[in-house]
Design a protein around this ligand. Sequence first.
Ligand code: NAD
Length: 499
Amino acid sequence: MQQLTHYLNGAHVNGTSGRFADVMNPATGEVQAQVPLASTAEVDKAVELAAAAQPAWAATNPQRRARVLMKFVDLLNRDMDKLAEALSREHGKTLPDAKGDVQRGLEVVEYCIGAPHLLKGEFTDSAGPGIDMYSMRQALGVTAGITPFNFPAMIPMWMFAPAIACGNAFILKPSERDPSVPLMLNELMEEAGLPPGILQVVNGDKEAVDALLHHPVVQSIGFVGSTPIAEYIYSTGCANGKRVQCFGGAKNHMIIMPDADMDQAADALVGAGYGAAGERCMAISVAVPVGDETADRLIEKLVPRIEKLKVGPYTAGNDVDYGPIVTAAAKANIERLVQTGIDQGAELVVDGRNFKLQGYEDGFFVGPHLFDRATPDMDIYQQEIFGPVLTTVRAQTYEEAIGLAMDHEYGNGTAIFTRDGDTARDFANRINIGMVGINVPIPVPLAYHTFGGWKKSVFGDLNQHGPDAFKFYTRTKTVTARWPSGIKEGGEFSIPVME
Ligand code: NAD
């Protein structure tokens, strides 16, 4: 059995807490590795090492720091296949999807190579007699991030690339379900020239997270995961005086107007609803066709497409549209919610229950499900299912459709499919959701824009990547300077104002 490690100060380090978690192969249901779960003492050690290494890194000029990221991009491309394979083996997603996971992280690393420009301060010459005023962005010190299982390459990179580009040390606590890729990323960063201690991986569970949340030296916490944990981490981190940004769960609606291209809408829904087995925070889980006639046309187009979906292990290559669910517990939760949908009266149009794959009977596979005529009071509508289950809620008007999305507690992403510019524009302006697609089902912004939801999908005020990341990982200092030639004789006793 493979024994995974932590990664501290430039080396793999065995866990010493005596606690371990099983890392599963979701396609076979077998335990394939064990990951150590760090104790508070192990987290304290990582913080101590990070604090010792960080000042020299912050003093390294930003262009040299950026060069490490440049080299890291080359290494990611060199090892793309290896990373994708390790990712698929623990997560279960298909190889092309795993490569996309690495690629969308890599794009943020590329953005962070612009650190020398992005970190430039502001300067006002002659703000007063002989006075210059300037601001600079300085690193926070030791920063930390806690990441979910569903993007084990992309989300760690979204956090550590800007943190490190800004001159911080970063401690990553990845998901205990798929910890291999984060460890590999740490190795590659050091091969790219990052000094030991600047990026470290501490594997673990709540104990490690709590140790980071309470450690006085840790200046900021980034979190991505489910909403209840996001809320906990935000309130605990803030109470301990840290800068915190937390991104939580989702229930993304796609509105289909009567004038939409129905083939395009159906294709988009199948990809966005069932890709990665629905285990994406930007998956579409609710379809809202406007008018019964639109709904009937949509369902007619959807059903054959969904029934054709190929579910299997990543090793089957291009023959697979999506893989297994990450754990047996997550699979059981999806099955429980599907049952509530049936019990509460939604119409199960495509029934993925009892899906079995020959040779993989113990894998955590779930067949695709499609519900029609669900209503907003049902659990399948209110809760995040995080599985291959698309729920249709029929609306009679555009106002009713937009109202559904607006009233839902989550606000991560949403989409509208229409040919009408007025409707699309009105939707983009009025909707209270952070990321909006117009005829685009998964509107994940590119690296140089920012990523973040609204409502219960986010806690904190700065988004991930783009310019917000450089704000989150730095603090501003403003200097007012006057040299002797500009100083008047005699003291000043009232508040200085510029005349
Ligand atoms: P999760 O909340 O179970 O775990 C996320 C992280 O928190 C992991 O590192 C885990 O070890 C840690 N954790 C779990 N329980 C904890 C506890 N009690 N105390 C402290 N730490 C704890 O989430 P997950 O199942 O790994 O990921 C799926 C969730 O993440 C979904 O809800 C999905 O929508 C969300 N997600 C959101 C975004 C976004 O940007 N909004 C992106 C990806 C995933």
